[in-house]
Design a protein around this ligand. Structure first.
Ligand code: NAD
Length: 357
């Protein structure tokens, strides 16, 4: 297969980890006889420094022409002042909007080899393999709002959803559940919020089209609790923007390290935006010690969701599992008795396993 991938390394450790993601994709191409071309573009702080904009038009155009986009991270302490007129993070919102990606997928899998890296008991997190599907472009972050003026005043934000917005994300969740263990948990606050009652009604209607998938509905407060109490029972969780924002961070802690978590953002077509969950980690940038596994696993999601190469995606995931089983660890996940490696060595080990898949 031929595919065009735009890479957006971004800031901090972004370029270091994206290079390893590309290495994994190249290893897949060589092993399975595909041809991927990679075009690198600017986003974030480096784009501001070069062009004045966190998302140059030219970057967005290149992404629109691509089959998939692999991003690193944005964020640079030089622009941390919230009063700064342009900030690297504006590039993130702009690219999600520009590519029309409304579904954010965050798989959380607890690797047996890293059971002890989590703050939760191993017996609670063993067997966790869940996927949070978060609505990304609607809800309370985008509804009408008013800032308070003066010392006391009134401020509000509004959670708005249309049936269509709920329907399209529900379809994504059910389709994904079909390829997994066949269960969707829809998370809302239908006992209080009108927007959640619409959410629950539409998700329930969509469920009727997927008789092979089980639907469970759960209030967000209960979901927050059950994610810690019995996380292994979840398969796909689907939820509104703000609830998903909070629950994905909670779920990410099950895995122990930010350096392990990939994400995908999808829209109507097959093109998607793939990125590690972590940020630009300026504290460790340029030292060659960042964990590239989240970026490499994001490349795996790219193969699965944009290129529909399931076997190849699985090869990446198996390679990660194998390398961890052999004891190799970057600094963030090191334990006694493991073999320390840097960013590039970890990427080389993964690529080598893929070549022998
Ligand atoms: P961060 O995720 O960059 O770092 C948090 C901690 O985790 C740091 O100690 C860091 O060293 C560590 N860490 C993160 N990724 C790692 C990896 N791959 N390997 C090893 N250790 C890793 O979050 P932060 O420090 O809150 O933010 C830094 C910058 O990143 C800020 O400018 C922020 O706005 C930005 N940010 C960007 C994104 C994104 O691009 N999607 C997401 C979050 C934060």
């Amino acid at each position: 297969m031929e595919a065009r991938v735009v890479t957006l390394p971004g800031d901090g450790i972004g370029p270091e980890v994206v290079a390893e993601g590309v290495k994994a994709l190249q290893a897949v191409a060589d092993r399975y006889g595909h041809h991927f071309t990679f075009e690198e573009r600017l986003i974030g702080g480096c784009a501001i420094a070069a062009t004045g904009s966190p998302l140059p038009e030219e970057t967005l155009e290149a992404c629109r022409r691509a089959d998939a986009v692999l991003m690193g991270a944005v964020g640079d302490p030089r622009y941390d002042d919230p009063r700064s007129p342009v900030r690297p993070e504006q590039g993130l919102l702009a690219i999600r909007k520009g590519l029309g990606v409304f579904a954010n997928l965050r798989p959380v899998k607890v690797y047996r080899q890293l059971l002890h890296a989590s703050t939760l008991k191993p017996e609670v997190i063993a067997d966790v393999d869940l996927l949070v599907v978060r609505e990304l472009t609607g809800g309370i972050y985008f509804g009408p709002r008013q800032e308070a003026t003066g010392s006391d005043g009134t401020a509000y934000d509004t959670m708005v959803y249309t049936a269509d917005e709920v329907r399209r994300i529900a379809h994504i969740a059910f389709r994904l559940a079909r390829r997994r263990r066949g269960k969707v948990t829809s998370v809302d606050k239908a006992n209080v919020l009108a927007a959640s009652r619409l959410w629950r009604r539409v998700v329930t209607e969509v469920a009727a089209e997927y008789p092979d998938v089980t639907l469970e509905t759960m209030l967000v407060d209960a979901a927050a609790m059950h994610l810690l109490r019995r996380p292994a029972e979840f398969d796909v969780l689907v939820t509104a923007n703000m609830f998903g924002d909070i629950l994905t961070d909670e779920a990410s802690m099950l895995a122990g390290s930010m350096g392990m978590l990939p994400s995908a953002s999808l829209g109507e077509g097959r093109r998607g935006l793939y990125e590690p969950v972590h940020g630009s980690a300026p504290d460790i940038a340029g030292q060659g010690i960042a964990n590239p596994l989240a970026a490499i696993l994001s490349a795996g999601l790219l193969l699965r969701h944009s290129l529909e190469l399931e076997e190849e995606a699985q090869a990446i995931e198996d390679a990660v599992e194998a390398v961890l089983a052999e004891g190799y660890r970057t600094r963030d996940i090191q334990e006694e008795g493991t073999i320390p490696v840097g960013t590039r060595e970890m990427g080389d080990l993964i690529a080598e396993r893929i070549s022998h898949a």
